[in-house]
Ligand binder design. Structure first.
Ligand SMILES: Nc1ncnc2c1ncn2[C@@H]1O[C@H](COP(=O)(O)OP(=O)(O)OP(=O)(O)O)[C@@H](O)[C@H]1O
Ligand SMILES: [Mg+2]
Length: 384
């Protein structure tokens, strides 16, 4: 049917409906694939070529099933076409569906598809309108990941606040128990009751250590206790851990940057954090056939001191990478680890305005990187 249109000089020109429809189909952002009732492709538009990765001429005359339906769905596709041809019924025609399609590179990708049946005189043709959902799906997945991460963060913050509160409440009565136990220990020295009071004092001290752990984990805000030189602090920490490292046959390599300056920090809590990291490295190397290596290094980077604690052990599996900093997350056997080390280290480092991260691949060791700001005044800057 001729379609009238006006030209610039006002004279009527005739544009055939066929070429207008053809031009519209070709201009469509969605892929359009038109096939006959046997599933042979009659016409495709450039968007279809782009989305499916084929040259247009390669698609014409081919079976739609072989061209754009993933192999594992082809049999079902053929059955569906046959049923529709025989009975006029089908689960696909006239509906908007999200399916996997098949790319020329031999991979599936998500599409939204609507197939319409069009009667052309005696002949039936099928027109498929197809939209590539790859980007939308990737965006949705990324948003879901970020939502889950935020949820996890909120859970941790709530848990941290709870732990911090309980630990604070326990701290004062515990101090009384420890103090009184010390007085009683003196008073009962040499009597048969002395053993009992020593046990009591040891148990109270153990509780105190646990409470301190919880406080550290909860990132208890405490004013900085002084200036620490990380080179000296690490040398001291290694001395403390040295016996265990030597026993485990671990060669320790140190590389302290002499340019490292003293930074404001809480010496005891930083030692606690680094002992946890060194213990982790030592445990990671325990079953390693050797040679077993631990590297402790510092470096001055601009406004931060970076500490690296690296081992050549088994590394951290991708599957647990997102979880190792969680309080109580552990892969160790029951009774061997409480999942505190990294949670404490993160609590301590972040309360100093710093950041902690690790680089690890399964089988290729683990390097924990701690960055602490020289001037923590603009807190959090180091974490960026
Ligand atoms: N250097 C490392 N190499 C391989 N895996 C590690 C390393 N450091 C930590 N991990 C993994 O991270 C988990 C959590 O470590 P984290 O120090 O928080 O707890 P833990 O060592 O299991 O227990 P705790 O520190 O309380 O004794 C460990 O169970 C381990 O699976
Ligand atoms: Mg640990």
């Amino acid at each position: 049917m001729p379609v009238p249109s006006a030209s610039a000089d006002g004279t009527k020109a005739q544009l055939s409906a066929q070429s207008l429809v053809g031009a519209v189909i070709d201009a469509s952002l969605d892929a359009v694939v038109i096939a006959d009732d046997a599933g042979m492709i009659l016409r495709v538009n450039p968007a279809a070529g782009a989305i499916f990765g084929h040259a247009l001429e390669d698609m014409i005359g081919q079976s739609i099933g072989a061209m754009i339906v993933p192999p594992h769905m082809r049999a079902a596709h053929e059955r569906g076409m046959a049923r529709h041809a025989a009975t006029g019924e089908g689960r696909v025609v006239g509906k908007r569906l999200e399916l996997d399609a098949w790319h020329a590179e031999g991979r599936t990708f998500p599409v939204e598809i609507q197939i319409e049946q069009i009667a052309l005189g005696e002949q039936q043709v099928y027109a498929a309108f197809i939209r590539d959902l790859t980007e939308r799906k990737a965006m949705e997945a990324e948003m879901a990941r970020q939502r889950a991460q935020l949820h996890q963060q909120e859970k941790l913050t709530a848990l941290g606040a709870l732990l911090g509160g309980v630990a604070h409440e326990l701290n004062n009565p515990l101090a009384v128990v420890i103090g009184r136990a010390a007085i009683l220990e003196d008073a009962l020295a040499g009597t048969p009751d002395e053993r009992d009071i020593v046990k009591l004092r040891d148990a109270a001290n153990r509780c105190h250590r646990i409470v301190r752990t919880f406080l550290a984990m909860a990132r208890e805000p405490r004013p900085m206790q002084g200036q620490v030189n990380l080179n000296e602090l690490l040398a001291g920490t290694l001395e403390f851990s040295g016996y265990g490292l030597r026993n485990a046959d671990i060669a320790v390599e140190v590389d302290y940057d002499p340019a490292v300056v003293a930074i404001p920090g809480d010496h005891d809590r930083l030692v606690q954090a680094f002992v946890g990291l060194i213990t982790n490295a030592q445990q990671a190397l325990a079953d390693h056939p050797g040679p077993r290596r631990l590297r402790v290094a510092t470096a001055l980077h601009d406004t931060q001191v970076q500490v690296t604690i690296a081992d050549n052990g088994p590394g951290i599996d991708d599957a647990i990478k997102d979880r190792v900093f969680e309080p109580f997350f552990t892969t160790r056997a029951f009774g061997e680890g409480g999942g505190h080390g990294l949670a404490i280290a993160r609590g301590v480092v972040e309360s100093h305005g710093g950041a902690i991260a690790f680089e690890s691949k399964r089988g290729q060791g683990c390097a924990v990187l701690v960055r602490l700001p020289i001037d923590p005044a603009p807190a959090g800057d180091a974490a960026r």
